[in-house]
Design a protein around this ligand. Sequence first.
Ligand code: SAM
Length: 332
Amino acid sequence: MEGFLISKTVFSSCELGVFDVLLASERPLSAEEISQAIGASLDGTQRLLSACTGLQLLNTHQDKGRVFYSNTEQASVYLTRSSPVSLYQSIQYSSRTIYLCWHYLTDAVREGRNQYEKAFGVTSNDLFQALYRSDEEMLKFMQLMNSIWNICGKDVVTAFDLSPFKIICDLGGCSGALAKQCTSAYPECRVTIFDLPKVVHTSREHFVTEADQRISFHEGDFFKDPLPKADLYILARILHDWTDERCIELLSRVYKACKPGGAVFLVEALLHEDGSGPVTVQLYSLNMLVQTEGKERTAAQYAALLAAVGFTDIQHRLTGKIYDAVLGHKET
Ligand code: SAM
C-alpha cells in the first residue's frame, strides 16, 4: 500500500542531490550542512534524511550528541550521478514520466491502453512520437535505456555464445549501450545500430564516440525501411513495446533480411511460463500497459512469435538478473 512512499523518498533525495553532496564531502555532514548544500528547508531535510536512514540509504554517526550522515555503499554506487553504474537518470525518468503515467493505472486497466493523453496531453497514435514528445524527453528516455546495460548488459550478451556472428544489427539500438557490450565481449564483431533518425543523431552526439570504431549507425523506420543485411539481429526490449500482430510484422522483415545461417537475439524480461512471476516482470507488464502498446511475455510466447515467421531451433537462457535472452536461427 505504501510502496510509493519509498519510491518518492528515493526520487526526491536524488533530485535534491543529497547523495551527490555526501559523496563530494570528505566527512559525514549534519542535517544543517546538507540542507544548505541542497537549498532546502531544515525541517524537510531532517525528515528526508531520517527516512533515508530508515531505508538504509544513509548511515548515521553520533558525535557529541549531534547526528551526522554519510552514504551507504548502495547509495554511493547506484544513486549518485557520477557513478559508472548510476541509476540516477533512470530514477529521474521514473519520477518525471513513469510515475505520472501510473497515476492513471486504473484507467489503463479499464481501457486496456496507455495513458499519454491524460498524463501529458499528447495522443499516442504513434507510440514513439508520444514517447519522444520533445527532444528533452527523448534524451531522458535514451538515458533511461542506457543505464541498465552498464549493470547487466554483459550477462545478457554472454547468455549465448554469439561469437560466430560477425555482422550484427541492433534494431532499435538506441544509445548503443548494448552494442558496446557486444563489441567488448566479442572482439571480432561489428555492430550497426538501427534506429529512428533523431535517435541516431542524439546517440552520435551524446553516447557513442569515435573511439567505438566497430559501431556504426543506420537511420530508418524498422516497420517500413529496408533493414541492413546481418548475421545476427538484436531486438532488445523491442517486442515488449508492441502487440503480437506488430511483432510478427517486424519479425517477418527481420527473417527476410537475415542471412541464411544467421539468427535473431531477443533480450527481454521473461515471465515464468505459468505467469506466477517474477514479480518485477509482472509489474513491468503493467508498466507496458500504461506506457506502450505491448506487454511482457513468457519464453514460449516469444518462441511462438519467432516460429510464426520461420525461425527454428529457438532457445532461451535466464540470466538471473532482470533481462533474459532468446535465440532463434534461420536455416542455411
Ligand atoms: N534496444 C534498446 C535497449 O534495450 O536499451 C532500446 C529499447 S527502446 C524500448 C525501443 C527502441 O526502439 C528505441 O530506441 C526507439 O527509438 C526504437 N524504435 C521505436 N520505433 C522504431 C521504428 N519504427 N524504427 C526504428 N527504431 C524504432
